[in-house]
Ligand binder design. Structure first.
Ligand code: GLN
Length: 358
């Protein structure tokens, strides 16, 4: 009799506990508009397990040091606008930021010169051509567009660096690294091995910088702009840093970890728009169509994607596809965004409106 009562009590207590957990999870969701902890965790785990063994793609090798990075590395991190972090895999492994630096430096230039002037000077349209295309510069010039195309291809990113306000090379570098560090919420630094390898082999970028000088897009020394750009691409980050950088755009410009405002909501919005148009190079249209979130990739294997007002998700896996985008990072982010309903164009179906009585 006593044993039977105890049994009933424990069932009742377990039921109350279950109800409390469910209601606190749905209260969390209702209060923040964000997925719950459990939803973030399971979406992330699913993306990780499904893609861990994928071997498609190839490390970038035009920068010799990148060819040597372990192709099996794989990590994912999510950071919400209220500062919660979820991560799995090789999350502390440092890799070079490469092109993911570009939108963040563009955001700084927009803050300095104004969003309109940045658009007039560097352009904000997709080039439809590879990120280091010289043909794109010539075509844009012929069409009387800004020769650079947009700030996320190499031409636009070198010109972004060259147009920052700075009296000399040191000041230019400080402007870049302090800004990237503010987005990440910690002091970042250069991976010297990557920098050396890239600086020794960046002949194509050198021609781009010189051509842009000829077209009067870089006001000062093209060699200085190129060197600071090369250092910027060699900055070492891990996936948590990238998630913090993305989450700073997701909040409208304030870093959720440090509480510091890095750019204005207006600049954050314009930055996300360029990421949507040109973040994954010539595959940006496919990405927007399939996944529907602004994102930026780098040839180091990282990608960061932003769900405005909610969270950022970053992934790292070195092997790239033809366009230069990490195969596993793209798949992992796509899976997470789909599981969590993050597509910014997706609107839930409304219940059918009842005709109002006349
Ligand atoms: N540093 C690389 C370059 O200039 C960046 C390219 C990239 O990540 N797509 O080629």
């Amino acid at each position: 009799m006593l044993a039977g009562n105890q049994g009933r009590w424990s069932v009742l207590l377990a039921a109350i506990a279950a109800i409390t957990i469910t209601t606190s999870a749905s209260a969390q969701k209702a209060a923040t508009g964000l997925p719950t902890d459990a939803e973030f965790q399971s979406a992330m785990q699913r993306a990780y397990s499904a893609n861990k063994a994928v071997t498609e793609g190839k490390n970038a090798d035009y920068i010799p040091a990148l060819a040597k990075v372990d192709p099996k590395l794989f990590g994912i991190a999510i950071l919400t606008v209220d500062g919660k972090v979820y991560s799995v895999g090789d999350t502390d492994h440092a890799f070079s930021i490469q092109s993911i630096s570009k939108p963040f430096t563009a955001a700084r230039l927009m803050s300095e010169m104004g969003v309109q002037k940045m658009e007039d000077k560097l352009g904000v349209n997709a080039t439809g051509l590879p990120f280091n295309s010289i043909e794109a510069i010539e075509r844009n010039k012929q069409q009387e567009e800004p020769p650079t195309g947009n700030p996320l291809v190499n031409a636009g990113a070198i010109a972004t660096v060259g147009n920052l306000k700075a009296a000399n090379a040191d000041a230019r570098w400080n402007s870049v690294i302090n800004n990237l560090s503010a987005f990440a919420g910690r002091n970042l630094s250069v991976d010297q091995q990557i920098y050396k390898s890239e600086a020794e082999t960046n002949t194509r970028n050198r021609s781009i910088a010189d051509l842009l000088k000829a077209y009067e897009v870089i006001p000062g020394s093209p060699a200085e702009a190129l060197d600071v750009y090369t250092r910027q691409c060699s900055v070492a980050v891990n996936v948590k840093d990238l998630a913090a950088m993305g989450a700073t755009l997701a909040t409208g410009g304030t870093n959720p970890l440090t509480g510091k405002t890095v750019v204005s909501p207006d600049v954050a919005a314009h930055t996300l728009a360029v990421m949507m148009t040109a973040g994954l190079y010539e595959d940006s249209g496919t990405w927007a169509y399939d996944v529907g979130v602004p994102a930026k990739s780098g040839v180091g294997g990282g990608i960061v994607a932003v769900v405005p007002g909610k969270y950022a998700v970053a992934a790292f896996a070195p092997p790239l596809d033809e366009a230069g985008n990490s195969v596993r990072s793209q798949r992992a982010i796509e899976s997470i965004v789909k599981d969590l309903g993050g597509n910014v164009f997706h609107v839930a179906k409304r219940p059918a409106a009842r005709p109002s009585p006349r």
